[in-house]
Design a protein around this ligand. Structure first.
Ligand SMILES: NC(=O)c1ccc[n+]([C@@H]2O[C@H](COP(=O)([O-])OP(=O)(O)OC[C@H]3O[C@@H](n4cnc5c(N)ncnc54)[C@H](O)[C@@H]3O)[C@@H](O)[C@H]2O)c1
Length: 263
């Protein structure tokens, strides 16, 4: 299938690791001109054949996102597709919710919700002016189930779905689409941090390795009973940006082994 992404300007915020990195790689393999924005400088790990322009910055900082957007618009020859994969959890085990303090919430809100808002404001004018383009945001199964391990994380990911739907409606007259991808369990630093926070609560004889914890969790919650791979998100992201998906907007697509099912 020809995805018609050659030479298209694509920006992946949070593309330095895990799912975002795989998405950036998938677009680069399709011949797109890819820009990555991330708080971590991991560009040295990119294979030389995948040319990616890397900007270091904090998505919670509006100025930083605005200035990266202007830079990418110039250097990539216009930006047509924007993917926001940057996300964090509180780093603490939040079951029950009073295990956390209100002070554990603001940074998660700043990155997961305000980061999305900064992304929307920085890139929407360019896509509106072009009369085409797509936004894609990473949410989570936690957003759709009220996951009881990290309330600030699950609440912010629900907000991501809601604002994505608002964006999809507001931008439809400009032929700009917005969607979400919702992972279940993907082996990344963020996923491992959920395990680490939970283990700290347990007596030593009940602790599990990351592999043991994940295997038991996946068996319990995912009908297909297996990990999702970062490359699966790259493939779906590229498809959603392509003209083949021209009627898909306002959707949350679960790639989660069947954890969340809708009628
Ligand atoms: N891994 C999973 O199982 C899983 C499950 C559900 C949802 N998700 C979502 O998928 C997305 C990608 O997560 P991942 O698992 O690949 O995690 P990851 O930690 O591997 O990657 C997240 C990236 O975001 C960047 N980032 C974080 N805060 C930032 C900031 N303030 N400014 C700029 N960049 C920042 C990090 O440096 C990192 O490169 C996240 O939004 C996450 O919530 C992941």
């Amino acid at each position: 299938m020809d995805l018609q992404l050659t030479n298209q300007g694509v920006v992946v915020l949070g593309g330095g690791s895990g799912i975002g990195r795989a998405i950036a790689a998938a677009f680069a393999e399709e011949g797109a001109c890819v820009g990555v924005f991330d708080r971590s400088l991991r560009c040295s790990k990119w294979p030389a054949e995948l040319e990616v322009e890397y900007v270091v910055g904090d998505i919670a900082d509006s100025e930083s996102v605005q200035s990266a957007a202007r830079q990418f618009e110039e250097t990539l020859g216009g930006v047509r597709h924007v993917i926001c994969a940057a996300g964090i959890g509180s780093g603490k085990f939040g079951f029950p919710f009073w295990n956390l303090e209100p002070a554990d919430w603001p940074r998660v809100l700043e990155v997961n919700v305000m980061g999305m808002v900064h992304t929307a404001h920085a890139f929407a004018p360019g896509l509106r002016a072009a009369g085409e383009g797509t936004f894609l945001f990473l949410t989570s199964v936690a957003a759709q189930t009220g996951s009881p391990t990290d309330p600030p994380y699950s609440a912010t990911k629900a907000a991501v779905i809601n604002f994505m739907q608002v964006m999809a409606k507001d931008l439809a007259p400009f032929n700009v689409r917005a969607n979400c991808l919702s992972p279940g369990m993907v082996k990344t630093p963020l996923n491992e941090s959920v395990w680490a926070a939970g283990q700290e609560q347990l007596p030593e004889d009940e602790r599990q390795s990351y592999e043991e914890w994940a295997a038991a969790k996946i068996k319990t919650i995912a009908p297909l009973g297996r990990w999702q791979q970062p490359s699966e998100f790259g493939a779906m992201a590229a498809y959603l940006a392509s003209p083949h998906a021209c009627n898909i907007t306002g959707q949350t697509i679960n790639i989660d082994g069947g954890q969340v099912m809708h009628a």
